[in-house]
Design a protein around this ligand. Structure first.
Ligand code: AMP
Length: 173
């Protein structure tokens, strides 16, 4: 079967969650079985040569494709979450938003020293979330072997914030 045009299955939702933001909605792509498989295959093709031991995703859409990607790669999956959601002892990283700050947490035993970690999310915007995930990995002695997205909004210059990391996206705007 010819590859699908994944970008055609991503819906632009203007002014969500606030005025001026064009939200990239991947739900139509996830709901299409061929597109979901192709997305996970394409993510895995980039990730595999980097030999990750584990995939790290953040809530919420990073859990969906991150879990599928980990399964496809034959690795485990760990979840970074908003404060107060994880039940065990955690480490945390603070990151800047457009206005103010937010925090992500990871279980303190989620990653072991020297483990090769692939950081994943659906969308790279300003790069703050991904940078915080890289910091969590490094706090626990892990090695970030790649930072992989489905979509990168290049005009927000998130890659600059992730300078020094091996960054890739399947689709670029
Ligand atoms: P950032 O930390 O600015 O790179 O933002 C990345 C996080 O916000 C990711 O978890 C994305 O899922 C979400 N996000 C930011 N901007 C958008 C957008 N325009 N469409 C969909 N998700 C977005």
């Amino acid at each position: 079967m010819a590859p699908l045009d994944l970008a055609s299955l991503i819906r632009d939702v203007p002014d969500f969650p606030k005025p001026g933001i064009v939200f990239k909605d991947i739900m139509p792509m996830l709901a299409n079985r061929d597109a979901l498989r192709q997305t996970v295959d394409e993510l895995a093709a980039w990730a595999e040569p980097r030999r990750p031991d584990i995939v790290l995703g953040a809530e919420a859409r990073g859990f969906i494709t991150g879990g599928a990607l980990a399964c496809r790669l034959g690795t485990g999956f760990v979840a970074a979450r908003k404060p107060g959601k994880l039940p065990w002892r955690t480490v945390s990283a603070k990151y800047a938003l457009e206005y103010g700050y937010d925090v992500l947490e990871l279980h303190a035993d989620a990653i072991t020293s020297g483990q090769r970690v692939l950081v994943h999310d659906d969308v790279l915007a300003t790069g703050g979330t991904a940078k915080a995930k890289c910091e969590l990995v490094e706090q626990l002695g892990g090695v970030v072997v790649g930072v992989l997205f489905i979509i990168a909004l290049e005009f927000l210059e998130g890659r600059k914030r992730l300078a020094g990391y091996d960054v890739h996206s399947l689709i670029t705007y």
